[in-house]
Design a binder for this molecule. Structure first.
Ligand SMILES: Cc1cc2nc3c(=O)[nH]c(=O)nc-3n(C[C@H](O)[C@H](O)[C@H](O)COP(=O)(O)OP(=O)(O)OC[C@H]3O[C@@H](n4cnc5c(N)ncnc54)[C@H](O)[C@@H]3O)c2cc1C
Length: 423
């Protein structure tokens, strides 16, 4: 079994296939963007719409990082509830961020409609499901905090959650009608296509290998050429490759893997997620499940598929599926893949001020809406010279002590949990 992007379902079913040339030679632009995921493509799109000349360089293909590997839950807000965001950022900055991110799914679904992105958009809401009676406390706390800031979330009692999910294993759920599901890789590639149509020049298979500041501009080297630009956006998040002259901000890499069933028969689709909400649960070692457009159930949990203990994750997944849906106990799970989530200590995304550029990272598992929004905001802030347009105040520096050890802690916890549990 491989865990490559190409082995995954999103790669196999992606309807968006824009092609971009490798970068070679020398070029100048107003803005150079490094990284072709949601953040980079959204930044390139916004900058091109504002009339700037833009070059985006991507080491592999657009959507090769987290943007092509995720669950596809386009959520409103972050994983942290609003009061925790306020505690970390201060009430004013925290409230502003929560208000901006409350509108993020609307921005995502409007972009999808405007650019006719073929990414299976389903704006039917999400269900954060209590995996055990104890999970209800967490949901009640989130519900109270979200209602207090005007979010239209609903706390569903067990009977309704069972009916909505089709699973007797859920003990209640928090329903968020603002959210929805997408085919994540197709959304990233559709954004790339939209950016190119707006005038941005995109290049794949073109890693930045060196960066240096030269007077008032940035000099970016690739294996076959060099770019010069007044502004720079680093949008490499958890997939940052080594670049000479630039130290990528540290994040805690946390892995998450998924697999898919074959399309479910119509009779089962009447019972399992009949309204097509996307789901995740309250367990400490979290799981998620959702349907794709063809009616496959896509299910996943924390863990990496590239180490000796990966077999434990893969043998847990069918047990989890059967615990949720006993009728799927013999269903074949295929197309396994995994991805790397960039966590920060506070579980909050950060923007680093590079003096003439920004680096954005650390969405902590919530990057579809936030990446789209942060990318566009960075482009606006750089081109206008107005940093108050950023969704969070930019930091001057950033470090996470023992990031590698913390990452190992998450992976060990997930492996041990998957050894003994079917939750
Ligand atoms: C398994 C998984 C599940 C997730 N589930 C969800 C979810 O359901 N909902 C949600 O909102 N978020 C989810 N996330 C988070 C979300 O996917 C990320 O936050 C988001 O994709 C980040 O986008 P990005 O553009 O910042 O980075 P990425 O998409 O990771 O893009 C970074 C790009 O930079 C490129 N790059 C790196 N170094 C260089 C270089 N030197 N030169 C050129 N290019 C370079 C990489 O190749 C990569 O394509 C999940 C993440 C994972 C991994």
């Amino acid at each position: 079994m491989t865990s490559d992007l190409a082995s995954g379902l999103w790669h196999q079913t992606c309807q968006e296939t824009p092609a971009f040339p490798e970068f070679s030679g020398e070029a100048e632009a107003d803005l150079v963007v490094i990284g072709g995921g949601y953040t980079g493509c959204s930044a390139a799109l916004k900058a091109a719409e504002l009339g700037a000349s833009v070059r985006l360089i991507e080491a592999e293909d657009t959507g090769s990082g987290g943007s092509g590997r995720n669950v596809g839950l386009a959520n409103a807000g972050l994983w942290l509830p609003p009061e925790d965001i306020n505690a970390a950022l201060g009430t004013e900055a925290g409230s502003r961020l929560s208000a901006l991110l409350a509108g993020a799914p609307q921005i995502v679904f409007e972009l999808i409609a405007k650019h006719a992105i073929q990414c299976e958009p389903e704006r039917k809401g999400t269900l954060h499901c209590a995996h055990a009676p104890s999970g209800l406390k967490d949901l009640q706390r989130r519900h109270a905090q979200l209602r207090a800031i005007g979010a239209p979330v609903e706390l569903l009692p067990r009977e309704e959650a069972v009916q909505r999910t089709g699973s007797e294993a859920v003990h209640g759920a928090l329903f968020d009608p603002r959210a929805g599901t997408i085919q994540p890789l197709a959304y990233a590639r559709g954004l790339a296509r939209a950016a190119a149509a707006a005038g941005a020049q995109l290049h794949t298979r073109s890693p930045a290998t060196a960066i240096r500041r030269d007077g008032g501009s940035w000099q970016v080297a690739t294996p076959k050429g060099s770019l010069r630009a007044r502004h720079l956006i680093m949008a490499t998040n958890a997939y940052a490759r080594g670049i000479s002259g630039y130290e990528a901000p540290s994040v805690i890499p946390v892995h998450y893997f998924q697999a898919a069933t074959d399309p479910l028969p119509a009779a089962l689709l009447e019972k399992i997620l009949p309204n097509k909400e996307g789901c995740w649960d309250t367990a400490l070692v979290m799981s998620s499940w959702r349907l794709d457009q063809a009616g496959r159930l896509v299910i996943g949990g924390m863990g990496a598929l590239n180490h000796a203990g990966s077999a434990l994750h893969c043998s847990w997944l069918p047990r989890k599926l059967a615990a949720l849906y006993p009728e799927l106990k013999d269903a074949r799970l295929h197309s396994h893949w995994h991805g790397r989530i960039a966590m920060t200590t506070e579980h909050l995304p950060k923007i680093l001020d590079l003096q003439g550029g920004y680096a954005c990272f650390g969405y902590s598992g919530r990057g579809i809406g936030p990446g789209t929004l942060f990318g566009a905001a960075m482009a606006e802030a750089l081109l206008s010279g107005d940093s108050t347009r950023l969704p969070v105040p930019p930091a001057k520096d950033h470090a996470i002590p023992f990031a590698g050890l913390r990452s190992a802690y998450y992976e060990t916890g997930a492996t041990l949990t998957h050894l003994v549990s079917d939750r």
